[in-house]
Ligand binder design. Sequence first.
Ligand code: GTP
Ligand code: MG
Length: 489
Amino acid sequence: MTLRLPDDYEDDRFDDEYAEPAADEFDDSDDDFDYDGDQLDLAERHSLRRVAGMSTELEDITEVEYRKLLLERVVLVGVWTSGTEADVENSMAELKQLAETAGSDVLEGLVQRRSKPDPATYIGSGKVEELREIVIATGADTVICDGELAPAQLRNLEDRVKVKVVDRTALILDIFAQHAKSVEGKAQVELAQLNYLKQRLRGWGGNLSRQAGGQAAGGAGIGGRGPGETKLETDRRRIHHRISQLRQKLRDMDSTREAKRAERRRHRVPSVAIVGYTNAGKSSLLNRLTGAGVLVEDALFATLDPTTRRTETADGRIYTLTDTVGFVRHLPHDLVEAFASTLEESVDADLLVHVVDGSDVDPLGQISAVRTVLNDIGAGDNAELLVINKADQASEDNLQLLRTHFPDSVVVSARTGQGIDALKAVIDGRLPRPEVEVRALVPYSRGDLLDKVHRSGEFLLSEHTADGTRIVARVHPDLAAEFAEFAET
Ligand SMILES: Nc1nc2c(ncn2[C@@H]2O[C@H](COP(=O)(O)OP(=O)(O)OP(=O)(O)O)[C@@H](O)[C@H]2O)c(=O)[nH]1
Ligand SMILES: [Mg+2]
């Protein structure tokens, strides 16, 4: 079925670039690698929360739920442009995990080796045919592509395989939408979704009935009503309006967050941010270090709101530990931008505790993906302590590899507690030190001063004399001033 669209509907940014290619560009000679569904270990799929029905109208855009994708029975598609076969399998396995986290059943996976994705349809036209056959045979209602597709590519593919096509970016946005809990988190996700959506309006409202999910085999639900030009315009305007509302709302919330941060800086409480790949065990580690009781889940992006807890070093110095949003390869740029204020917790931190899952198949890949995002958000130069987690589960080979690459790292298991005391000691050693050394004889009536040193400074010497406590300590300048009257030289 051909789709009729309003004449003026052309995506202004992409259409020229991704115009229909000439027939000879549909070259499938390089279709030499097939990825059959068995490699995706279907037995292991667990059924997570399904996404409930979604309106086909764009009227409820005040709801973050609005963009729920209704992913149910999906086929995954990837283009293998570079790297080894193991890399591509790894990337597809991660896409599968993301799809399952979003609540879908993964039926089959398909990979094409090409020098670059097809500009019109992402995969070559021969593969598109094959994909369409798989969609019919499996009864899939959605195709998920492992990348960020241009709006025109999504449209073209949808027109040919006749079910909904989404990309990795939309999938990640959807997962974030499902997991967002706080008002701020929801607003951030909604902003990212709307920014993504505004380029792709027709793709969702056009040829597919979103409620029916597009029944490829029967043809039902296809060729539904496309939005008229007026409606598109209204929707666009509404989205732009909502985007500016959300930006304002986030700016307001940002000032509250900034006030809290300023407060911490004023009291010179050192701050440590726990960062790392999603599912690496960041929340588990925060719980282990502070007894925080933060949600831990074997799911991607379980944590979207940063949690900050106070804790102290063995000698009683206070510092804060913040659990943060996990990262993933190719984190959508819109998300990074929308989460900027949340991510600033990491930018501001005195020390980044970078947690990597030592039992992952590609821990080095995870580390570099995380460092890429850290660079993007301006935290690339912060002091970093690499922590290799899940030591109880990691292979000796992996541990060896990581230790060789990162000799200063600490190996722990947040689950068993292995290495946690050593980690605390290393964090302690890497916290910023108070800068002023004071020598004083403090009368016994001023125990409060000693208490302050205990909380925010560091004793180098403390001895009891007949006249009071003689101390040598490192403290912050404000506190140093309070010792002036008792100073000794
Ligand atoms: N075997 C083992 N599993 C662990 C360890 N630490 C965490 N896990 C498990 O790994 C999964 C993810 O843990 P989380 O602490 O939620 O990971 P996270 O990094 O906070 O994940 P997100 O918030 O989703 O990015 C959970 O199932 C944990 O039980 C560990 O040391 N060993
Ligand atoms: Mg977490």
